[in-house]
Write a protein that binds this ligand. Structure first.
Ligand code: 13P
Length: 253
């Protein structure tokens, strides 16, 4: 399966910084076209800018545009929310759903995350559904139970459409900390998620399961070599063009 390397810019960037980052990516991609799918998930106010820049530079045409969150409602009196239809209209192919930073700081429950996935799928935007355990959950031996519970809520609410999602395993203790799950630790959880998807759909083999959490230019190749690691969701390293390009190159195999 073609791997997917998705950058999550989080709450970073500016009009000027985005333009500089994308033009550095364009230079790299012009000489070395990726053999994997690539996406950048940018803050909502910059979706239109990034869409315009990506559309105007042929080397960037491989970049799929993504958002970082979506409402679990279709439209109406939900001040501050952004709907899946709006994202679609702005050219989004992807949206990150249920990132641990949203679960942790914005109280997103498994049910809310499942509703967001429903909205994204209904608007033909591919949700990148994040699951992952905290350090204390890992230390208590609950990793498997936690990620299975998080994914089960999404499977339950989305039935046969489940093969249309992308899953991202992001151990919370590895995000932004410089601590990465070892390739074997990550693969073990990915295998659990794959088995859970297999029980829900006969299309599980084509669901991409990304790893996220301090993936960088040096460790990407060994993580991406694992049989059930189908790509990466990259935070910090996606803001540095040379690092992001190295990770994209590592996903060729
Ligand atoms: P870092 O790559 O900065 O650890 O972030 C990972 C992440 O949260 C991507 O969604």
């Amino acid at each position: 399966m073609k791997k997917l390397i998705a950058g999550n810019w989080k709450m970073n960037g500016s009009l000027a910084a985005n333009e500089a980052l994308l033009s550095a990516l364009a230079q790299g991609l012009a000489v070395d076209q990726p053999l994997c799918d690539v996406a950048v998930c940018v803050p909502a106010p910059y979706l239109a800018q990034v869409h315009a820049l990506v559309s105007s530079q042929p080397a960037l045409s491989v970049l799929g545009l993504g958002a970082q969150d979506v409402s679990n409602q279709a439209s109406g009196a939900y001040t501050g929310e952004v709907s899946a239809a709006m994202l679609r209209e702005l050219g989004c192919r992807y949206v990150i759903v249920g990132h641990s930073e949203r679960r942790q700081y914005h109280g997103e429950t498994d049910a809310v995350v499942a509703g967001k996935v429903q909205q994204a799928l209904a608007a033909a935007v591919t949700p990148i559904v994040c699951v992952g355990e905290t350090l204390s959950e890992r230390e208590a031996g609950q990793t498997e139970a936690v990620v299975k519970r998080q994914l089960a809520a999404v499977i339950h609410a989305n039935g046969h459409c489940i093969s249309e999602i992308v899953v991202a395993y992001e151990p919370v203790w590895a995000i932004g900390t410089g601590k990465t799950a070892s390739p074997e630790e990550a693969q073990a959880v990915h295998a659990v998620l794959r088995a859970q998807l297999k029980a829900a759909t006969d299309q599980a083999a084509r669901v991409k399961i990304l790893y996220g959490g301090s993936m960088n230019a040096s460790n990407a190749a060994s993580l991406l070599a694992q049989p059930d690691i189908d790509g990466g969701l990259i935070g910090g390293a996606s803001l540095k063009a040379p690092d992001f390009l190295t990770i994209i190159a590592a996903a060729r195999a």
